[in-house]
Design a protein around this ligand. Structure first.
Ligand code: MEV
Length: 438
């Protein structure tokens, strides 16, 4: 077992690696080599990455890919995607190509409200608290003017502050439920700074409020933090086409295809076990864009899954219907994304990704990202109801297996050719490699 180490973060990068290799890798120098292989030769760039977090010892690469041919609201996009799962970008590109000849994707932002809360304990008369809150509300808001000044210039700011009585759920529990518009920023720092200022102001104002008793004057702040649940920061994206323009397979007519597709979505509307995987597929597309554009994919994931269960049951984020022989497929999802601040100006690849998208504002990025999710879901359901998912997956996975066996370029070429007409399974690939090598 490795010994307890103190002051680790203060060690130099080389000393950190030395400690790690000594205590976890039996002094194996190969470990050092692997870590160093991923260092960037450009020292300034490496330092930038080192400083993103604490205790950085190397870089962890993800493929940075692009999915072309996305027609969104009449404009063509090539979407950047950072993801390791082999079939995701291929699926997105395929869906993009399919829909570009059928009017493309449409998208619109429905709302952009973000939320933060100050959670506090107040022991006393709740009516008095309400009167107190009304008396300080406007000063509470203006107490943040030093924080909100710049945001207001960019069209954002505090929308409202509400006092919420939660004391029936937990004794003496109240909140300031605050709503924000953070313009093109994701806004986490802005929101949290405002909330902490509200908390300070609240304590101060309560401590001198004449109508409060001694106990009522001592409000205890439990915490001040933004919420990643953003049901009012929502974007909708959709596609539609005449049923006859849908794929036709050996087994399914376009009408049967539409009905089977709809049924697959309906299943994800009633069956949580399916809904989670269905939404996971949507998030394959969404996370990849969120990561490539330097946004916080954990926040997006948390918000999306919470939204999927907003009516008390976890269900699909997409919807499908047939009306007057037209097939409609849509997604509604909260996406609190930013295109300024954070990594967007720091990370060269993030800058490039945003550039590739034509430097969108946050609303445009919400639309593009929702489309990536919808496209991904379309591609997944398309495979599931026709060939099954493994055919495409294993085709894309073939390269991973070949690399696992350190196949040479020549071996790869021969085996890729072979598997164009043969089913890829792990054992079959291994067998073919062995055959070639013998
Ligand atoms: C795999 O990463 C995602 C899928 O399972 C999604 C789905 O089942 O809808 C293919």
């Amino acid at each position: 077992m490795a010994p307890v180490v103190s002051g680790f973060s203060k060690l130099s990068k080389s000393d950190k690696i030395e400690w790690l290799v000594e205590h976890h890798f039996n002094n194996d120098q190969n470990t050092v080599d692997i870590l160093k292989t991923y260092w960037n030769s450009d020292e300034k760039l490496q330092q930038l990455h080192d400083e993103f977090t604490e205790n950085t010892i190397s870089n962890y690469y993800l493929p940075f890919s692009v999915a072309p041919n996305f027609l969104i609201n009449g404009k063509r996009y090539t979407i950047p995607m950072a993801i390791e799962e082999s079939s995701v970008v291929a699926a997105a590109s395929k869906a993009a190509k399919f829909w570009q000849n059928r009017g493309g994707f449409n998208a619109e932002v429905l709302s952009t409200v973000k939320v933060g809360q100050v959670h506090f304990t107040f022991t006393g008369n709740s009516e008095k608290l309400k009167t107190f809150f009304q008396s300080i509300k406007s000063d509470l808001k203006s107490s943040t003017s030093h924080i909100t000044k710049n945001m207001e210039k960019r069209g954002g700011g505090i929308i409202d502050i509400e006092l919420r009585d939660k004391s029936t759920e937990i004794n003496n529990y109240y909140q300031l439920h605050c709503t924000f518009d953070t313009a093109d920023a994701m806004g986490a720092n802005f929101i949290n700074s405002c909330l902490e200022q509200f908390a300070d102001f609240l304590i101060q104002a309560a401590s001198t409020y004449q109508d409060f008793s001694e106990t009522e004057r001592t409000i205890e702040i439990i915490m001040s933090i933004l919420s990643n649940y953003v049901p009012e920061c929502v974007v909708r994206a959709w596609v539609s086409c005449p049923i006859n323009d849908l794929p036709k397979t050996d087994e399914l007519s376009p009408k049967q295809y539409a009905e089977k597709f709809m049924r697959a979505v309906q299943i994800a509307k009633v069956e949580p076990f399916r809904a989670v995987t269905h939404n996971k597929g949507i998030m394959n597309g969404i996370d990849a864009v969120v990561l490539a554009t330097g946004n916080d994919f954990r926040a997006i994931e948390a918000g999306a899954h919470a939204y999927a269960s907003k009516d008390g049951k976890y269900i699909s984020l997409t919807d499908a219907k047939i009306e007057n022989n037209i097939f409609h497929f849509s997604i509604k999802i909260p996406l609190a994304l930013g295109t300024v601040g954070g990594l967007t100006t720091l990370h060269p690849l993030v800058k490039l990704a945003l550039n590739l998208l034509g430097n969108p504002n946050s609303k445009k990025l919400m639309e593009i990202t929702a489309v990536a999710g919808l496209a991904q879901n379309f591609a997944a359901i398309n495979s599931l109801i026709t060939t099954g998912i493994q055919q495409g997956h294993m085709k894309m996975h073939l390269m991973n297996i070949l690399n696992q066996f350190q196949a040479t370029t020549e071996e790869k070429e021969q085996l890729i050719e072979h598997f164009k007409t043969n089913t890829v399974t792990h054992s079959e690939v291994v067998q073919q490699i062995e055959k070639l090598r013998n």
